[in-house]
Design a protein around this ligand. Sequence first.
Ligand SMILES: [Zn+2]
Length: 116
Amino acid sequence: MGRRRTGEYFSLDDAIIQGQIVRVRCGACRRAANFLPEDLAAVYGGSRFALEPLFPCSKCGTTDFVRVTTYSPEIADFGRITLRRPGPKKLVQTWENETFTERSRSNYVPDGDFRF
Ligand SMILES: [Zn+2]
């Protein structure tokens, strides 16, 4: 299964080289997800410890019960494992205060995705 002993440094880059999958499980919520280390490295950097929880459980909001393991998939795993992969990025509109002047309306650029 390719699990690593606690304390042995094993980076996301190492997991990529070995073709492994990163499994993240919350013991409190009994939720689990599988990630490609390539995807995690693109966001957090490949030198990060592969067995470190990189984000809290989305249900209980803590890393206290999150356990991370890695394993080497076999051919029999093709078609059987659900991966959690990066989805489309969301653009968030922020708002800020400005004083109303005669130039206030000149900066307005219509946007097809305008929302309050
Ligand atoms: Zn949880």
